[in-house]
Design a protein around this ligand. Structure first.
Ligand SMILES: O=c1[nH]c(=O)n([C@H]2C[C@H](O)[C@@H](COP(=O)(O)O)O2)cc1CO
Length: 202
């Protein structure tokens, strides 16, 4: 008996192992999941944002909102009455970091997957670097003038905008970081056990 003979699929009585499995994620969901994963790295206590830049179906950059390199003493507050004590003057947005972290020659024609709709400053960066499409997951600040200005610019510059609903998959993906309701990512600093993990506030 020749084990290596080429048996037609139809002769295998539907044997499952020989059939390709359907991926659980679409390509878009896959890239958005990378953006969401990047967001997990943010130290911002209030809003974590992640971005993933894709060129010809390949990831060429990721980033998350973070203080500039080497700046570890800056404040993360978002409501201190003193402007100098608020994060906004200092923090690098996820989009900026993804763009400057890119390892392709340029990002012309790329798609950016980002977990939060880009602000006006990021919109300028997106337009000027030639990013062609923005796929976003949340637009929680849509009422803010920064987002209105951003949308006006992106539309006029003909950057394609696409909203992806926060589908069940992403919900599951995010919650797959949990062990018994404890967040694995924020939960396992070196030397801690899962038992001591911080409860997921959500
Ligand atoms: O497009 C964005 N990209 C991005 O990285 N951010 C960051 C900046 C801040 O660290 C945080 C927003 O903070 P807050 O929600 O507390 O205002 O998200 C914010 C936006 C939208 O403004």
């Amino acid at each position: 008996y020749n084990f290596f003979q080429n048996i037609p699929l139809s002769d295998l009585n539907g044997s499952k192992e020989t059939l390709p499995r359907e991926p659980r994620l679409s390509l878009g969901e896959y890239f958005m999941a990378f953006a969401r994963l990047a967001a997990e790295m943010s130290r911002d206590p209030n809003t974590q944002v992640g971005a993933c830049i894709v060129k010809d179906g390949k990831i060429v950059g990721t980033g998350y909102n973070a203080m500039p390199n080497g700046c570890t003493d800056l404040p993360w507050s978002n409501d201190n009455p003193d402007w100098l004590q608020k994060k906004y003057a200092y923090v690098c947005h996820a989009e900026l970091n993804a763009i400057v972290n890119k390892f392709s020659a340029d990002v012309k024609g790329c798609t950016m997957y980002v977990t939060l709709f880009p602000c006006n400053e990021c919109a300028k960066l997106i337009i000027q670097t030639g990013i062609a499409k923005v796929v976003y997951l949340s637009d929680k600040y849509h009422d803010k003038d920064e987002m209105k200005a951003s949308k006006a610019m992106l539309k006029e510059a003909k950057v394609e905008l696409r909203y992806t609903a926060n589908k069940l998959f992403l919900f599951c993906f995010i919650h797959s970081f949990s062990v018994n309701g404890n967040r694995v990512f924020q939960a396992i600093p070196e030397g801690t056990s899962v038992k001591n993990c911080v409860k997921d506030p959500h």
